[in-house]
Design a protein around this ligand. Structure first.
Ligand code: AMP
Ligand code: MG
Length: 323
């Protein structure tokens, strides 16, 4: 049985014993283990059924610890860390030799961030080691944004979910790597590109479709419900075209009144993209439970967090058979 609890000291005991705890962060829940315990890290990969080519993000509680994880910090990386940590920004930098290969999938770089969630920070401050904490979902499925989502995926597989409420940001961190000293976006996420560009100037997105991409969050199909999902600009046209099916709708800001709709969710009545991002995965979890033939999702205006939401919705639409 999985315990769902707010008891940080219990989480400390379990993590010190090389077992796993699902932890809250401001982005999504993470499946956390000691980065220096081979046993814990192996069980993260096994529990998630995550391929070993997919490296893990290291979570630390303060920027002073960064030099213990990475061996070199370009000026623009330091500027981003100073401006945005704790927060939903992951930096990929050259690793220190003590970082195990299993964490980095054999790469010479390591991904690191400071989560902006008080419970996660309190926990990290009580441990003698950083935590690897990939999203607490089976590989490729929708990320969890509540303790209940984690429990639905992993009941009995993990000892504890540390319950820190619903995740306020709701989509994963933005991942930034470096080519030379120049930053590049590897994965769109909860920190909008515009925020990053206001700190380090214009930045390129490396969004190629690869089998072992630089950041597997870039895999073509990821974050996906089981129900067939399409992403459209014109909702009513798409509803009309699919009228013979049992339709679920994920709308930006208003309900539709078409008879063919069996279930619908509006992400933000006021078109607030932060509100929409925080509700996105819970909405997909709910839609996926309704026994629908199709989920029709409405595309957001392509800027700010809207761009990150569209990225996730796009990856949710890729049919398994087509890749
Ligand atoms: P998640 O499983 O949601 O925590 O996602 C972790 C993301 O961080 C994945 O997309 C990883 O590929 C990415 N990542 C971790 N380490 C590295 C690295 N060394 N280089 C590039 N991406 C990384
Ligand atoms: Mg993930």
């Amino acid at each position: 049985m999985t315990i769902i609890s707010k008891d940080i000291s219990k989480a400390v005991t379990i993590l010190n014993a090389e077992a796993l705890v699902a932890i809250p962060t401001e982005t999504v829940y993470g499946l956390a283990g000691n980065i220096f315990s081979e046993k814990a890290i192996k069980s993260i990969f096994e529990t998630k059924k995550r391929p070993f080519f997919n490296p893990l993000i290291v979570h630390i509680p303060s920027v002073e610890l960064l030099p213990t994880i990475v061996s070199y910090v370009p000026k623009k990386a330091q500027q981003l860390a100073d401006a945005l940590w704790p927060g939903p920004l992951t930096l990929v930098l050259p690793k220190q030799s003590i970082i195990p290969d299993i964490i980095t999938a054999g790469k010479e770089t390591v991904a690191v961030r400071i989560p902006n969630h008080q419970m996660a920070l309190d926990l990290l401050n009580q441990l003698d080691f950083p935590l690897a904490a990939p999203s607490a979902n089976p590989f490729g499925s929708i990320s969890p944004t509540t303790a209940q989502h984690v429990n639905d995926y992993f009941k009995n597989d993990i000892q504890m979910v540390l319950d820190g409420g619903s995740c306020q940001r709701g989509i994963e961190s933005t991942i930034i790597g470096f080519e030379g000293d120049e930053p590049i976006i590897y994965r769109l996420g909860s920190t909008p590109i515009e925020t990053i560009e206001s700190i380090v100037g214009s930045i390129q997105i490396k969004n190629k479709k690869e089998i072992t991409p630089d950041a597997p969050g870039m895999l073509e199909r990821h974050y996906a419900p089981k129900t067939k999902t399409i992403l459209v600009d014109n909702l009513s046209e798409a509803i009309e075209k699919n009228r013979d099916k049992r339709i679920g709708v994920l709308a930006i800001n208003k309900l539709s009144d078409h008879q063919a709709i069996a279930f619908q969710i509006v992400l933000s009545k006021s078109t607030d993209t932060q509100e929409a991002a925080s509700k996105l995965y819970d909405a997909l979890h709910q839609l996926d439970k309704q026994d629908l033939d199709i989920i029709i999702a409405e595309r957001f205006p392509d800027f700010g967090l809207g761009k990150s939401i569209n990225d996730r919705l796009q990856r949710a639409t890729v049919n398994v058979k087509s890749i």
